[in-house]
Design a protein around this ligand. Structure first.
Ligand SMILES: [Zn+2]
Length: 277
C-alpha cells in the first residue's frame, strides 16, 4: 500500500515536472522566435483613444483615418511604415518583397487610462508584475472590441491622447514584448505627431520581431546603434538606427529622430529579426 502511494506521488511529481518543462520550452521558443520571411508578417495596428478624447468627433476621426490610411504612402501613415520596411528589407536581402502586411482597427475608446509601465530601475519582480498588468490592460481592451489578435503575427496598440495631455503622458514610455508579440506606442493625436509616431511604431514592431534596444541612457551604442558606423569622421551622423531612435551629432549630443525616413535598420538589428545571418 505504502509502495503504491509512493509510486503515485512520484508519477504525479514527474507529470508536474514534465508540464513545467514543457511550459518553459514554449516560453523559450516564444522568446527566441525568428520569422522566416518567406511570406509577409501580418501585423494588426489598433488605434486607441484616451477617455478624454472623443473619437467620433469629426476632426479626430479625420486624424485617425489619415494615420491608418493604406492609400498613398507618406512618412506619417501606415502605408509609409509598410513602404519603409520594404525599402529596408530590400537593402539587406537584395531582393524586393513586402515584409510587413498591416491591418488596422479602431479607434477604440478607452474607458480608463492605462496603468503606468514599470520603470527600468524597478526590482525584477515589480518590473515583471508591472509589465503583465500593463499588457493585460491592452489585451482586455482588444477582447472588449472583439479583436481576434491570435490571427496576426504581431499586434501594436497605438494609444492616442489629446494635445492638451502631452504633459500628462510625457513620461509614458512605449513598450513591447517579443514573447507576446505585442507592442504599445503612445502618441499625441494630430498631424504634427504622426511622423514621430510612425518611427515609434516601427521601433516597437522591431522589438516584437526580436530586435533589442541599441541605446543606453540617452546615448546610442556604438557601433550597433549607429546608422553609419563606418562613416569618417564619425560625427555628425545624418541618419538614425531604428533601435536607437536618435541621430548622434557629436560625442556628447544627439537629436531625437522625428521621422521614419531618417531611420535605417542596422546590421545587428537585421540579424536579430532574421533578415540576414
Ligand atoms: Zn525600445
Amino acid at each position: 500500500m505504502i509502495q503504491r502511494a509512493r509510486s503515485i506521488r512520484i508519477s504525479a511529481l514527474l507529470i508536474l515536472l514534465g508540464g513545467v518543462g514543457f511550459w518553459g520550452l514554449l516560453q523559450w521558443q516564444a522568446d527566441n522566435h525568428v520569422f522566416a520571411w518567406e511570406r509577409p508578417v501580418s501585423v494588426l495596428i489598433v488605434c486607441v483613444s484616451d477617455p478624454s478624447a472623443d473619437p467620433a468627433e469629426d476632426v479626430l476621426r479625420g486624424f485617425f483615418a489619415r494615420f491608418l490610411s493604406t492609400g498613398p504612402a507618406f512618412e506619417s501613415n501606415l502605408s509609409g511604415i509598410a513602404k519603409w520596411f520594404a525599402r529596408e528589407f530590400e537593402t539587406h536581402r537584395g531582393h524586393p518583397m513586402q515584409p510587413i502586411q498591416f491591418s488596422a482597427r479602431g479607434p477604440i475608446q478607452a474607458t480608463a487610462a492605462p496603468p503606468l509601465p514599470p520603470t527600468a530601475d524597478a526590482p525584477f519582480l515589480d518590473r515583471w508584475r508591472g509589465t503583465r498588468k500593463f499588457l493585460d490592460y491592452f489585451r482586455d481592451l482588444g477582447q472588449r472590441a472583439n479583436l481576434v489578435t491570435e490571427n496576426y503575427d504581431a499586434v501594436i496598440f497605438v494609444y492616442f491622447y489629446g494635445e492638451d495631455d502631452v504633459g500628462k503622458y510625457a513620461g509614458q514610455h512605449s513598450i513591447a514584448s517579443r514573447r507576446d508579440r505585442l507592442g504599445v506606442v503612445f502618441s499625441a493625436v494630430g498631424p504634427n505627431y504622426f511622423r514621430r509616431c510612425a518611427a515609434l511604431v516601427a521601433h516597437e514592431l522591431c522589438h516584437t520581431l526580436g530586435a533589442t534596444d541599441k541605446y543606453e541612457g540617452e546615448r546610442s551604442i556604438f557601433p550597433d546603434g549607429f546608422a553609419e558606423p563606418e562613416k569618417n569622421p564619425r560625427f555628425p551622423q545624418t541618419l538614425c538606427e531604428i533601435m536607437s531612435l536618435a541621430i548622434p551629432l557629436s560625442e556628447s549630443s544627439e537629436r531625437h529622430v522625428e521621422t521614419l525616413t531618417d531611420c535605417v535598420v542596422g546590421k545587428k538589428t537585421a540579424r536579430e529579426i532574421g533578415w540576414i545571418r
